[in-house]
Design a protein around this ligand. Structure first.
Ligand code: GDP
Length: 306
């Protein structure tokens, strides 16, 4: 008897869409077991479309982490909206994430409409996240309400925080991908992203250290990322803020705040660099209203993908 033919290799793009704060970055981080996307309690922290890649013998899955859909009030807002729409169009599978501990709101409905209104769009899989926070009396009520938004889509209750049902979710995603070859060699991916990731970690450290006073008017530009002797990586970066008063806050009394940001970011970067040490130099500069200026938004790394 001839053995059954091996299952075909699959590969493709999975767009992760959902409102801010539903747990998209947490989920991707879990799968990658490495901090790629930014996680923060403050919404709107994931700005660039980011790749996270899972390579298995039978499949390669490329996560495209999209920003939430927002009203385009500023250039940055517009950019984020375009990026989100684009990653949905380019995707092979769409992972629609929601916070199931809360009922769906108008943004969830708007997003679901975007995912279903056009024929020929990628199949959708629904991840109902934060199931660890779901009250028993809301299980059916909330699950049904989300499922009704994309009626045909397979769905799962998951917890990115506790790891519940995430293997099952990954299996659903892998099986939904089209047949195809390995698209990215793994080592190449890690190398090209280190520098960008360093910038993201600095931004994350700053956002977490600062309170609401310096909300999202922060951008980080890594101007040097060099390997030095004695297993050291030298990184120099600028934190851009929109106002002089914000600069004072970011630096802090006796530069305490900047030191704190630098230390947290350095620790995160060193985890990524594995056995290398990081030497991090941070400066703070004012760029008034950079978020409203298209050129500045693009210069600071929020470029459109071709
Ligand atoms: P994103 O904006 O959709 O990328 O959301 P994040 O991944 O940044 O998560 C937002 C917040 O929700 C963070 O404080 C996470 O720790 C938290 N979070 C994410 N997933 C879960 C979950 O499954 N359960 C609980 N309780 N919290 C979660």
């Amino acid at each position: 008897m001839t053995p059954p033919p091996p299952a075909p290799h699959r590969s493709g793009f999975v767009a992760v869409v959902g409102r801010p704060n539903v747990g998209k970055s947490s989920l991707i981080n879990h799968y990658l077991e490495q901090k790629i996307a930014i996680v923060s309690d403050k919404p709107q922290t994931t700005r660039q479309t980011q790749l996270g890649i899972i390579t298995r013998p039978e499949a390669q899955l490329i996560f495209v982490d999209t920003p939430g859909l927002h009203d385009p009030k500023t250039e940055l807002g517009q950019y984020m909206t375009n990026e989100a729409a684009r990653s949905i169009l380019d995707a092979d599978v769409v992972l629609f994430m929601a916070d199931v501990s809360l009922p769906p709101n108008a943004d969830d409905a708007r997003l679901a409409e975007l995912l279903t209104k056009k024929p020929g769009l990628a199949p959708v899989i629904i991840a109902l996240n934060k199931s660890d926070r779901l009250k028993p009396e809301h299980v059916i009520l909330h699950s049904d309400a989300y499922r009704a938004l994309v009626p045909e889509a397979p769905w799962l209750l998951v917890s990115a925080k506790r790891g519940d049902n995430l293997d099952e979710l990954l299996r659903l995603l892998l099986n939904a991908l089209p047949e195809g070859p390995v698209l990215y060699p793994e080592d190449e991916v890690t190398q090209t992203h280190l520098r960008d990731l360093a910038g993201e970690f600095i931004r994350e450290a700053a956002l977490n250290a600062l309170d609401q006073e310096v909300p999202h008017g922060i951008a980080v530009e890594v101007d040097e990322f060099k390997e030095r002797p004695q297993n050291t990586t030298y990184i120099s970066a600028v934190i851009y803020v929109e106002r002089e008063s914000h600069k004072k806050i970011v630096i802090g009394k006796g530069a305490e705040m900047l030191k704190k940001i630098g230390m947290t970011a350095r620790q995160a970067i060193e985890r990524l660099l594995e056995d290398r040490k990081a030497f991090l130099e941070l400066r703070v500069k004012v760029r008034p209203h950079w978020r409203k200026d298209k050129r500045e938004v693009e210069r600071l790394g929020y470029k459109r993908r071709e």
